[in-house]
Design a protein around this ligand. Structure first.
Ligand code: AHG
Ligand code: MN
Ligand code: MN
Length: 341
């Protein structure tokens, strides 16, 4: 039965869902609900702009480079500014960090500071903006740990295991808001006619094993041999099913992860000879996705340790990522770490 039709879920908006969850935690002050309201607002604004990007002359490059050394697309900048403006004034956040900004983003002194630290990838999958392929926004929420008047970089450099919440928006055929606050993973779909996110995927469970792998095979020439062997193993017909894994690769982490979360399988961005730490960033790509994966019964690893146990050293540090179904990730780790051939 369609979960959205279950009586207890019918018409559940994101706001009501978070509020109901909030009631279960007497210590909750309502700050968390407000934080999610502002995140949802930012998502709706970006979703609206994404759906008209081609028309509003927003396509193409600003010509500026970001800390990652990539050309910054107009929508990256728009999404970045939208998230900052929606989140800086509400009094829930004490510090932010963004893929598009070299250093942590302080809250202007004219606004009150709250207890949450928000880090985000404002526009994930930038190279897909101009070709109308799904893109997304990824966010990670920690609690402030620093003492004293001003928050510090230490508030950002916390291991993923300490995240209070994590989630993403996927701007695809429909706009979805998927999050966890440590109590399962829940998906909401935007009804643009009323401007509300409605619960559509309660308690998402990652299948223990899937049928697809998702990796950029264009990098094979620079992969280490164990990674090549692992991918080749995936492509050999399975002894019991007689079928190999199918390949699926969108090139937007949010889209590739969303498919993996719902259907199972494994996504990987391995380290390679050019990038010893792979391409994806720990704080606002790998760690939030890892919390979602583990909360949904899956796994996420660097190939040698759980993503959520990595202690960050730098704001924009990169990590290799293997994420998805528990058994598929275990196979990957066993093979790429050389413990099984
Ligand atoms: P971003 O657009 O935020 O820089 O992220 C792009 C990332 C991620 O979305 C995706 O999984 C990966 O880049 C794809 O990289 P390749 O094009 O090298 O496969
Ligand atoms: Mn990204
Ligand atoms: Mn990005």
């Amino acid at each position: 039965m369609d979960p959205t039709q279950k009586p207890e879920h019918h018409g559940w908006t994101l706001e009501r869902f978070v509020l109901e969850r909030q009631r279960e935690f007497p210590s909750a002050t309502g700050e968390f609900t407000q934080l999610f309201q502002q995140l949802a607002l930012a998502g709706k604004i970006v979703a609206s702009r994404v759906s008209q990007a081609g028309l509003a002359g927003l396509l193409g490059h600003t010509g500026k480079m970001n800390v990652q050394g990539e050309t910054v697309q107009k929508l990256d900048e728009f999404a970045n500014q939208t998230l900052i403006h929606c989140l800086e004034a509400g009094g829930q956040v004490c510090l932010m960090a963004s893929e598009e900004v070299d250093d942590p983003i302080p809250i202007p002194t004219r606004f009150p500071k709250g207890r949450y630290v928000l880090m985000f990838d404002p526009l994930d999958g930038s190279t897909n903006i101009d070709v109308n392929i799904s893109i997304g926004t990824i966010f990670s929420v920690h609690g402030r740990v620093s003492e004293g008047a001003e928050p510090s970089l230490a508030d950002c450099l916390q291991p993923g295991r300490t995240q209070i919440a994590a989630g993403y928006l996927v701007y695809g055929p429909s706009c979805m808001f998927v999050f966890t606050a440590g109590d399962g993973v829940h998906g909401f779909t935007l009804d643009p006619s009323v401007g509300e996110f409605f619960l559509s995927h309660p308690d998402i469970q990652l299948p223990a094993r899937g049928k697809t792998y998702s990796v950029n095979e264009g990098n094979e020439a620079v992969w280490e041999q164990p990674v090549r062997d692992w991918v080749r193993w995936l492509k050999t017909p399975d002894k019991t099913t007689g079928k190999p894994y199918g390949g699926r690769y969108v090139g937007t982490l949010v889209a590739d992860f969303h498919r993996t979360l719902l259907k199972g399988g494994v996504f990987a961005y391995p380290a390679d000879k050019k990038n010893q730490n792979g391409k994806l960033r720990l704080l606002y790509e790998a760690a939030p996705m890892a919390m979602l994966a583990e909360q949904a019964g899956g796994a996420a690893s660097t190939g040698t340790q759980a993503i959520l146990d990595v202690v960050p050293q730098h704001l924009h540090q990169r990590v290799p990522l293997y994420i998805g179904s528990k058994e598929d990730v275990a196979d990957a780790v066993a093979r790429v770490s050389g413990s099984k051939s």
